[in-house]
Design a protein around this ligand. Structure first.
Ligand code: ADE
Ligand code: ZN
Length: 332
């Protein structure tokens, strides 16, 4: 099984680039940029990664992002993630970034997007890895601030395929961002949103009905509504599930309690993703391996999950078919 997991080409659809900041790079950038971080060494950082819920993680994750200042920093961050893609056989990736985390600190939007974009162009040239960029609004901030961010993004419309919604879910429902998502849609962006990660399934209904999203990020709470499950199945709405993340943030107490197998067996369109791999103990292959080691996941399940990742990607039908053919080839 582990051989199969490693050899299958994959797409990753739920990856926060700031969440791929490994402690080693955090230290290097802190030193270079003269930014203070509250850790004395790498071991100290790792022991701080002990979360009890989403918010305890976000506090540490935003503090870590403070070391990112220049275009080159964003290039290095993205390039390190690309090297992990090479290792894990991820041949297409759709990367989230949180511009407000950086513009709030005075880092220009341009430095962030240009650094990411240049690394992704090099990834295509050197490894043939294709990619898209999705800009997320921080939901703990206001809709007005999201509108300002969308305005800044318009200049980079050709580089950004979609907009998303992340950060503190509880108390910040999708309905808070209805108008800005409407505007993003009119501007031609694809739409995604974190929904039903910690908050209940009403957030998933809101994301579907008020934001008109094309994919749900997480969505694991849908299992509590039979009616919603039926709808997600009928629509084959993609759910980008992040198993390690859900365990590390205590959405499920243990791996054995994770519901991905039930969601998959019901017929939902599920993919496996790493979310914030530097914080959640592993990249995409490690997520698959943990599923296999803790749940009755079969080889056919793994193949379905991988195929779903390509089917749900924001790429042309031609490229989807080409990538699905590469999956078949790897299975021969
Ligand atoms: N930002 C980074 N990772 C996140 C997650 N899992 N949920 C919400 N916001 C995030
Ligand atoms: Zn996420």
């Amino acid at each position: 099984m582990i051989e199969l997991i490693k050899k299958l080409p994959k797409a990753e659809l739920h990856l926060h680039i700031e969440g791929s900041l490994e402690p080693e790079l955090m230290f290097r950038l802190a030193k270079k940029n003269n930014v203070e971080i509250p850790y004395k060494d790498i071991e100290d950082v790792r022991s701080a990664y002990n979360f009890t819920n989403l918010q305890t993680f976000l506090d540490i994750y935003y503090a870590g992002a403070n070391v990112l200042l220049t275009k080159d920093d964003f290039y290095d961050l993205t390039w390190e993630y690309i090297l992990r893609c090479v290792e894990d056989n991820v041949i297409h990736t759709e990367i989230f970034f949180d511009p407000q985390t950086h513009t709030e600190r005075g880092v220009p939007f341009e430095s962030v997007i240009t650094g990411i974009k240049e690394a992704l162009a090099d990834a295509k040239a050197k490894y043939g890895i294709t990619s898209c960029i999705i800009m997320c609004f921080l939901r703990h901030l206001s809709q007005e601030e999201a509108f300002e961010t969308l305005e800044q993004a318009l200049e980079y419309k050709d580089d950004i395929i979609g907009v998303g919604l992340d950060s503190s879910e509880l108390g910040n429902p999708p309905s808070k961002f209805k108008e800005v998502f409407q505007k993003a849609k009119e501007e031609g962006f694809k739409l995604v949103a974190h929904a039903g990660e910690e908050a209940d399934f009403s957030y998933i209904y809101e994301a579907l009905d008020l934001l008109n999203i094309n994919r749900i990020d997480h969505g694991v709470q849908s299992i509590k509504s039979p009616e919603l499950m039926q709808r997600l199945k009928d629509e084959q709405m993609p759910l980008t599930v992040c198993p390690n993340s859900n365990i590390e943030l205590k959405v499920f107490e243990t791996y054995k309690e994770h519901n991905i197998k039930e969601l998959l067996d019901y017929g939902l369109n599920i993919s496996v993703n790493s979310d914030d791999p530097a914080y959640f103990k592993g990249y995409v292959n490690q997520n698959f391996i943990n599923l296999y080691e803790n749940l009755p996941i079969t080889e056919d399940d793994v193949i379905t999950l991988v195929k779903n990742s390509f089917k749900s990607a924001f790429i042309s039908d031609e490229l989807k078919q080409a990538y699905l053919a590469r999956v078949e080839l790897a299975l021969k």
